[in-house]
Design a protein around this ligand. Structure first.
Ligand code: COA
Length: 140
């Protein structure tokens, strides 16, 4: 098994792709997958920044494979960089096809989140983000 054959990061969301998430051709919307990845990255960034965050940029989004209805989609997230007010996370979406029970990476992208204060303005990321990342990676 190569490094490319396995997910990287922590599980931040796991859900099932439903018929309501399809386009008229019966494929799962790319926008639905992107929104799951944004939610997953946002959840991780909130934990690291200990508060509110907003997505400010997404880079290098690649759809490798389609997602089928009924597929179990898992979003893995990991910290790439801590800035003054921003956190950069890599997010991978993997899908398990119900009928064959195999997992494959379907989509990946790099998300930048900004930590916000109560008024919606950027706030410094609190010290200790790397330690919180390590704790997340090690699990409960
Ligand atoms: C998030 C927001 C308050 C930031 O305000 P801002 O005045 O642009 O903030 P700044 O210019 O101080 O940048 C904040 C951080 O984002 C980074 N940043 C800004 N634009 C960026 C871009 N295009 N790509 C990557 N990082 C970027 C800056 O480098 C800075 O990071 P640092 O402090 O770690 O160096 C504002 O852009 C906003 O409200 N955007 C809309 C967010 C939104 O609605 N998202 C979707 C729903 S969550």
């Amino acid at each position: 098994m190569t490094d490319q054959d396995r997910p990287h990061g922590v599980v931040s969301i796991r859900t099932i792709a439903m018929p309501a998430d399809t386009n008229p051709h019966g494929d799962i919307f790319g926008g639905w997958v992107m929104s799951q990845m944004d939610l997953a990255g946002g959840s991780h960034a909130r934990a690291l920044s200990q508060g509110r965050v907003a997505t400010i940029a997404v880079d290098g989004f690649t759809f490798h494979r389609p997602v089928a209805v009924g597929g179990e989609v898992t979003c893995y997230t990991r910290l790439v960089k801590v800035g003054r007010t921003s956190l950069t996370l890599k997010v991978e979406a993997w899908a398990r096809r119900a009928e064959v029970n195999t997992c494959e990476k379907v989509t990946e992208g790099t998300f930048v989140f900004v930590a916000l204060d109560g008024d919606g303005r950027p706030r410094p990321v609190p010290d200790g983000a790397a330690a919180r990342e390590a704790a997340l990676l090690n699990g409960p």
